[in-house]
Design a protein around this ligand. Sequence first.
Ligand code: MN3
Length: 384
Amino acid sequence: METVAVLGSTGSIGTQTLDIIRHYPDKFRVELLYAKRASDLLLEQVKEFKPSVVITEDKPSTQWLKELPSTTQHFLGLEGFEYSLQKLELNKVVNAIGGIFGIAPSFVVLKKTHSLLLLANKETIIAAGDFLNPFWERIIPLDSEHNALFQLLKNLKTDQEVEKIVLTASGGPFRSLPKEELKKVSPQRALKHPRWKMGKKITVDSATLMNKGFEVIEAHYLFKIPYERIEVLIHPESIIHGMVQTIDGNLFALMSPTDMRFPIHYALFYPLREKTYLKPLDLTEVGKLTFEKPDWEKFECLKIAYEVGKKGFPYTAYLVGADEAAVELFLEGKINFLDIPKLIMEILNSLSQELKADLEAIESLVKQAYLKAQEIGSSYRKRY
Ligand code: MN3
């Protein structure tokens, strides 16, 4: 029996993680659930899985607390999380908290426990990749592309046998839209992702291709591979999630349905494989797979991410903070879609470069970029 914690349990990845766990009651025991709000859904999850601990960021109502099972203790926020980790023996912690708020919990898990971290929060790796060397052995990526590459690279020597790795991208909702029209797209349109159902932040990041840019940086750190050997390929069907080309010209691809439960299933049972209840891929139903090169001119965020990745820290931390704010401002209607890369570049150019930092300083750097982007972006309407 493995003990598991799910951070961000009410979000897209969180609920899908619990869906898998629900199917293997004799394999997993949920010890901790963590969500921002004390919502009805969280209460339902607590009643079903009866964890020892439930954490919320916001203060719950008295009524909500009253309904908790008697065996479940409630704590508040990151401090409560840190405190409860002292008492729990966790084999695996799933961090499915989206955006920059997922970074701090990752650090707590890595520094204060020996648990494996099943990581869906890519911001952790992008902002802190340069400081995670003691921890890579304990990080299993949940992002579908990286999970695919993780599986593919298992039996290969990255520095000797691998020519390049390929991250596939659906291309987002604006793949075929001319660049002139991108200026006018509404948040509602950007939130309609053609393939994946995800949280708002990552859906907008997918529309700008910043998500793919983030994933390039994520792959660089996870697999210790230079940026020149990381390729992005548009693959609208999202059936192939990652590919590895070996130096002798063979191309390995990992395919599965467009369903996050496949990578989550793999990670939950890692290092073993377990027979699944999920319906595997039927290629005759898929019919055909298509590929095209990304449009670098149209999706500037992808280019920005490669450049920032090559520069490394602290720019990577700034990128994460600036993008978080830019996406928020876009969703609030304060900047337009093409302002997103413009604002990010402005922030990157304005922040100090010769910073020496450690793991502790990262969050404040991310926040610094976030706040600066908030401030500058809020006046974009007047300036442009
Ligand atoms: Mn992905």
